[in-house]
Design a protein around this ligand. Structure first.
Ligand code: F6P
Length: 319
């Protein structure tokens, strides 16, 4: 391998830069040149890239976002989207690529390896943690800690006013970020896409809580389970109490990566690159039970609800 490419795709996640740094420095140890593709799949189509050196990734370990930038580029899935990518690949003459991203990026990576025969290793990075082949994806821990910090702050004002707060947490169609935020903050309720809910029941439990002397109620809503504005309206209608709402949104995607994410990203970036040089590809590398584990790229595009159901049970047992 003389020349490898690297890109960050999908929504940015804290720790992507740490993974990129590890890829570039590991490849340099092998004497290879590294090409950083800018703005994810769109950069691959438009041919925007830069040569990366150990120096060009210095000082980025603790930075949020991705210095390579990223872009939602569904066009790559279409037949028309493939032609410009083929042109860039021909020009760049890459021997392999590391793709840092989430399920959408691994769908793209599967296509790239399948159609162009380019060896690829994927690195899981998404705040949603919805990648089956790893216990944790890069960015989840940071996003979870941001959400916990926000809910803890909201609780202070909720208690002072005796109010109900509905707090919407990201995670797309997957409820893990919301379920774990609820566990870690001792929220009264959590609404998840994986579990049907009844707002009459939610209102009834909250009312009982106030009757027992509770001073507040926190309802965490996973974005995939419904809009916080809808839940807020419905709960207000039923309880005739002060209800306020907070949508955490992209706040959870930004900021400096946690220590956990910096280390996970450094490990995965390093191992993905080593695998490419060992000739292992067509896979994503994750960490399962504290060990590196490779699994086929195409198996990392759809997650099961198991982990969310497990955490929802725990949350309910402790509420
Ligand atoms: O996949 C990461 C994520 O932050 C999801 O939690 C969220 O649904 C989505 O991306 C938002 O995407 P965008 O930044 O394109 O609005």
């Amino acid at each position: 391998m003389k020349r490898i490419g690297v890109l960050t795709g999908g929504g940015d996640a804290a720790g992507m830069n740490a993974a990129l740094r590890a890829v570039v420095r590991t490849a340099w140890q092998h004497g290879a040149e590294v090409v950083g593709i800018k703005q994810g799949w769109m950069g691959l189509a438009e041919g925007t890239y830069e040569t990366m050196t150990p120096g060009s990734v210095s000082g980025i370990l603790g930075k949020g976002g991705t210095i390579l930038r990223t872009f939602r580029y569904p066009e790559f899935a279409t037949a028309e989207g493939t032609a410009p990518v083929a042109r860039t690949l021909k020009k760049l003459k890459l021997d392999g690529m590391v793709i840092i991203g989430g399920d959408g990026s691994f769908r793209g990576a599967t296509k790239l390896e399948g159609e162009f025969g380019l060896p690829i290793v994927g690195v899981p990075a998404t705040i949603d943690n919805d990648i089956p082949g790893t216990d944790m994806s890069i960015g989840f821990d940071t996003a979870l800690n941001i959400a916990i910090d926000a809910v803890d702050k909201v609780r202070d004002t909720a208690t002072s006013h005796g109010r109900i707060f509905v707090i919407e947490v990201m995670g797309r169609n997957y409820g893990l970020l919301a379920a774990q935020t609820a566990i870690a903050t001792g929220a009264e309720e959590v609404l998840l896409p994986e579990i049907p809910y009844d707002l009459d029941e939610v209102a009834r439990r909250i009312s009982q809580g106030y009757d027992r002397g509770k001073q507040h109620a926190i309802i965490i809503v996973a974005e995939g389970a419904g809009k916080a504005s809808y839940v807020t309206f419905e709960i207000k209608e039923r309880l005739q109490r002060g209800v306020r709402m907070v949508v955490l949104g992209h706040v959870q995607r930004g900021g400096s990566p946690s220590g956990y994410d910096r280390i996970l990203a450094s490990r995965l970036g390093y191992e993905a690159t080593e695998m490419l040089f060992r000739g292992e590809h067509g896979v994503m590398v994750g960490v399962v039970a504290n060990k590196f584990k490779a699994s086929p790229l195409e198996k990392n595009t759809k997650v099961s609800a198991k982990a969310v159901l497990r955490d929802a049970r725990l949350m309910q047992a402790l509420v």
